[in-house]
Design a protein around this ligand. Structure first.
Ligand SMILES: [Zn+2]
Length: 216
């Protein structure tokens, strides 16, 4: 059962670029992480990847690619299932994220009931800080590295929207208890995101009402 909590409305319609683009999401069964779909009437990009079958039901067409906010396993556990359905899908992350996708120790799933390692490393696209990715014709998303919660943290922003992962969840203190987390970097990243978010709609990595100790 997917948890929606108080994160209502569950599937809000966020219009962008006129009526051409919308953003929908599911709150995943695992730790209430969020998977977003940035979609047009024809195709979609995902931000993170949890309960795949549930998010795919919301789409009007195929998945073009995945943008990862970081590679803790509650944000990536659906990727192998997604790649069974869309084997060519590129997965965008940074160098640390690539390592996390390929190591159940780094992505913290090793001691979980269902350890995760990405089956097909060839789908990974390593991006640099500031790099743009074209989602749809005339619509780009920019990668902003926001380390602290994890070195794999990338915040993704369009003209109107910002996907913050676990680097900034409104009302929730950024979690820095895991290996490779760095508190001072998390504070810097949060300041950066707050500035960028002033003119953008925020889409965080977990429903904002989640209990702090449930965030991975
Ligand atoms: Zn996390």
């Amino acid at each position: 059962m997917t948890r929606a909590g108080n994160f209502q409305p569950r599937y809000p319609l966020y219009k962008d670029k006129g009526d051409e683009m919308e953003i929908r999401w599911v709150v995943n069964t695992l730790f209430g992480s969020c998977t977003y779909a940035i979609m047009t009437g024809k195709s979609a990009w995902l931000v993170d990847c949890g309960d795949v079958d549930e998010i795919l039901q919301l789409l009007h067409g195929p998945v073009c690619g995945v943008l990862l906010t970081h590679t803790h396993f509650d944000h990536i556990y659906g990727l192998n299932r997604l790649l069974e359905l869309y084997p060519e899908v590129p997965i965008f992350t940074n160098e640390a994220g690539k390592e996390g996708l390929l190591s159940d120790k780094l992505n913290l799933s090793r001691y979980h009931e269902d350890p995760f390692v990405l089956n097909s490393p060839e789908n990974i696209r390593v991006i640099e800080d500031g790099q743009q990715v074209e989602l749809f014709e005339g619509v780009n998303v920019q990668a902003v590295f926001t380390p602290g919660h994890s070195p794999s943290c990338v915040t993704w922003m369009t003209d109107d929207a910002i996907f913050t992962g676990d680097s900034y969840i409104p009302g929730v203190k950024t979690v820095t208890i895991f290996p490779h987390a760095e508190k001072h970097l998390a504070a810097q990243s949060e300041a950066t995101i707050r500035r960028l978010a002033l003119s953008r709609h925020i889409y965080p990595g977990h429903a904002p009402q989640m209990d702090n100790n449930e965030i991975i």
